[in-house]
Design a protein around this ligand. Structure first.
Ligand SMILES: [Zn+2]
Length: 415
């Protein structure tokens, strides 16, 4: 059995004080809030950490290439999004992914023991087993795989298990840990693909999807292989459509004054902010047609916002209530019969569902459909092994069955 060095993982990163929020802060400081690579040494200087602690982010969580810190999905999430538990879960995934690039003083796979732990112990038959995180399971595993004295092993074990606490995976009274991967699978796969490409891997769709198997990413996500593979296809398409690893290049050039910023798409935002945003836009509008359109948009937003509020931002399919800051939650209103051509569905609440971003994406692509069975609406999933398949949706507003049947048949015949 190969034994791995603990590196600086045993150091007290003050996880118990600020948790992974500290990593979020350090990334923003080290990158100076900019989506551009920085020299490794300058990152360490700017990180706000002392010399030994500044090694933890650069050695275990971030990616190095030719003496510089790479920009990837983890960096993007830290700089562009407020700290949240979703960031923490992505950071734990980054530790497990264990791809930190190459360069002087860089150990390419610095936490192989943690990667092996997830794949060999924590993940069993499609789920994470909480018993694997007990002392009785963790200690012998670390002894077996880590070349370190007892006191260092204990520090590593405590630091490591504390990450699960920060991610709210542990402690749990249940035998199975609910990884809630549907909330972070998209950013996790984007991160895995970013690093694969940064390390010189091919970026075609098939190669990206192959990583689910070759790197056993589904085990790092805490889901079945079938579920991960089913998601990976659509997510790889999405990844390609936003430019893959090149998507940060656009963000970088947009900062230079000579390049006009790209037009901003209308963001899905809470009602109060949404109205304010639209009002500002309207004052600049001179064309009456545009004003009418915007008033229409405003009305539609109101309906969608009311429905989201009705469901308390909770996904009608999976029950996820996605927190995006201390006191804000995020959900999306999905039209059942699409608004645009060729569907021309009506913009009314009975043609809408409140969904989490992942299930909205799957519903719009027809991977998920709903069918009326008796008095209930049941989910039909084309994703292999999808636990949602056959489940009733949570429904406390009435649906237009013409729209429901339209969506069901449209994707039944098309795909
Ligand atoms: Zn959902």
């Amino acid at each position: 059995m190969v034994k791995h060095a603990p590196g600086s993982f045993s150091k007290n990163f003050a996880w118990h004080g600020t948790g992974l929020r500290k990593l979020h802060i350090v990334i923003r400081a080290g990158f100076q809030d900019t989506l551009a690579t920085v020299p490794r040494d300058r990152f360490r200087e700017d990180s706000g950490l002392d010399a030994s602690l500044s090694l933890i982010p650069v050695n275990f969580f971030l990616h190095n290439k030719a003496g510089r810190m790479s920009v990837d999905e983890l960096v993007f999430q830290a700089i562009e999004r407020p700290h949240s538990i979703r960031f923490d879960r992505l950071a734990l995934f980054a530790l497990h992914l264990n791809r930190v690039g190459t360069g002087q003083r860089v150990v390419s796979r610095p936490a192989m023991w943690a990667n092996e732990f997830v794949r060999e112990r924590l993940w069993q038959s499609g789920v994470w087993r909480s018993s694997a995180l007990s002392d009785a399971s963790l200690d012998p595993f670390i002894t077996d795989r880590m070349d370190a004295q007892l006191d260092v092993r204990v520090k590593c074990r405590n630091n490591y298990r504390h990450l699960y606490e920060l991610c709210e995976f542990w402690p749990t009274s249940l035998p199975v840990i609910n990884a809630q991967a549907e909330q972070w699978i998209a950013s996790a796969l984007f991160l895995a693909w970013d690093r694969h490409i940064l390390d010189g891997g091919p970026s075609d769709r098939a190669s990206l999807v192959d990583l689910i198997d070759s790197d056993e990413l589904y085990k790092l996500l805490g889901v079945t292989r079938g579920f991960a593979l089913a998601q990976a296809g659509d997510l790889a398409d999405l990844y390609g459509s936003v430019g893959g690893i090149e998507r940060f290049r656009e963000a970088k050039t947009a900062l230079t004054p000579t390049t006009p910023p790209p037009p901003k798409p209308a963001p899905e935002i809470p009602e109060e902010e949404g109205l304010e945003w639209l009002e500002q836009e309207e004052s600049d509008e001179v064309v009456e047609r545009r004003t009418v359109e915007r008033q229409e948009q405003k009305r539609n937003r109101k309906k969608a916002a009311a429905l989201k509020q009705h469901y308390d931002n909770t996904c009608q399919f999976c029950g996820t209530k996605l927190q995006i800051s201390e006191d804000r939650y995020y959900s999306e209103a999905a039209h059942i019969k699409g608004l645009g051509e060729p569907h021309s569905g009506p913009d009314k609440a009975s043609n809408m569902l409140v969904l989490c971003p992942n299930h909205h994406l799957q519903f719009d692509r027809g991977i998920l459909r709903i069918k009326k069975v008796g008095g209930d609406y049941v989910i039909r999933s084309k994703a292999m092994g999808d636990p949602l398949n056959g489940q009733k949706i949570t429904l406390t507003h009435s649906l237009d069955d013409v729209c429901v049947n339209y969506h069901y048949r449209w994707f039944g015949s098309k795909r």
